[in-house]
Design a protein. Structure first.
Length: 372
């Protein structure tokens, strides 16, 4: 709908907490191309409270009512991962464009089924891998394109997702490895997507994973929960360019480097850092050096940070990169382009995760043809 506002319906809104309230709603309110026209929650009481809190008259306890609204062009699915397939499928069946949070599904089969339905419907999609839209990542792409490091020889990434042995109550479900939201899919998924987006896909990889802390405390109840999702993931592999890649992300540790990503080349090095291994949320700092020595901080050009001025008040907040993804999506519709990650991109990332799982489970050290 070039030139007009895009009507958005958000599935999974809680007025007090949650990703919709923290990221999607502030982002959409900051963008003139969008209007929030419907919300849905888990009960009539919750829907009414959300509608009142955010000033949206059309608030439902049934997602089917939301996707049926004629003035909703785009449905944002911001619920827990096990429900993604059902809710996204309903929105796609209604002919709506869909923004689904990452991971797209609980596993590769889920992701492929969802992406196939989207392709059948012929609608535009977005997956919440919004670190690609971070100004610092776009700056790194520019530097590499300008030959800042020369030929990329290798890359290393380390980081911590969740510190310590206590998990906030809404994230208790992430301790269950069957729910599809865990260190491997979330922190590793987002971080690897950024790496692959900038440097290219894996040609082969080998991985190990482990559960090093099996009991985690639920913050609110203080109950000791058994953790079945891995809390250590290490991957080494070769990118299609020939560059060597090494990644080690972990959680449930006491302190350590939050996020450090180096890209080493024949002529220089780039170093990207943040407070945690969640580059889609935490602000990123870029440092670089050419010809040896310690990297020094490089300023991200204002042309990137201020590309969409109405988002400037959100810089540094979780809503900032989400807003940039929405802004880029609206521009794509106007220009007939595709610059935001879609469900096909999500399947590619799920394929990498599946390859990591296979390698870690079998001890195979020559996992080839990640992209099947």
């Amino acid at each position: 709908m070039p030139g007009s506002k895009l009507g958005v319906g958000i599935i999974g809104v809680n007025p007090a907490w949650g990703w919709a309230a923290t990221a999607h709603i502030p982002a959409l309110r900051a963008l003139p191309d969008y209007e929030i026209r419907a919300l849905s929650a888990t009960s009539p009481e919750a829907a009414r409270a959300a509608g009142e809190a955010f000033g949206v008259a059309a608030a439902f306890s049934n997602h089917e009512e939301l996707v049926a609204q004629p003035d909703v062009d785009l449905v944002a699915v911001t619920v827990k991962v096990p429900h993604h397939r059902e809710l996204v499928s309903a929105a796609l069946a209604a002919g709506k464009a869909v923004y689904c949070e990452w991971p797209l599904g609980r596993d590769l089969d889920d992701a492929r089924a969802i992406a196939a339905l989207a392709a059948e419907q012929g609608v535009r999609t977005i997956v919440g891998l919004q670190a690609r839209q971070a100004p610092a990542i776009e700056f790194v792409q520019q530097l590499l394109g300008d030959g800042y490091v020369g030929e990329v020889l290798s890359t290393t990434m380390i980081g911590v997702s969740v510190l310590g042995d206590v998990v906030v109550q809404p994230n208790v479900y992430m301790l269950d490895g069957n729910n599809g939201a865990n260190l491997l899919t979330v922190a590793v998924g987002h971080s690897l997507d950024t790496l692959n987006h900038v440097l290219g896909e894996f040609a082969d990889l080998a991985a190990i994973s482990a559960i090093r802390r099996r009991l985690i405390t639920a913050e609110q109840t203080r109950e000791q929960m058994v953790k079945t999702a891995v809390d250590q993931v290490a991957v080494i592999g070769t990118l299609t360019t020939g560059a060597t890649a090494s990644i080690h992300l972990r959680e449930a540790v006491a302190g350590g480097t939050g996020f450090l990503w180096e890209i080493n080349g024949t002529d220089g090095t780039l170093r990207i850092t943040a407070d945690a291994a969640l580059p889609e949320i935490f602000p990123l700092t870029v440092a670089g050096v050419r010809g040896g020595g310690e990297p020094v901080q490089l300023s991200v050009p204002e042309a990137l940070t201020q590309q969409w001025m109405t988002l400037a008040p959100l810089e540094g907040a979780p809503a900032f990169n989400v807003g940039r993804a929405y802004a880029a999506f609206a521009a794509d519709i106007d220009n007939g382009t595709q610059t935001v990650p879609d469900f096909a991109d999500a399947v590619r990332r799920h394929e990498v995760i599946a390859a990591i799982e296979r390698s870690a489970a079998t001890g195979t050290h020559d996992v080839v043809a990640v992209m099947q």
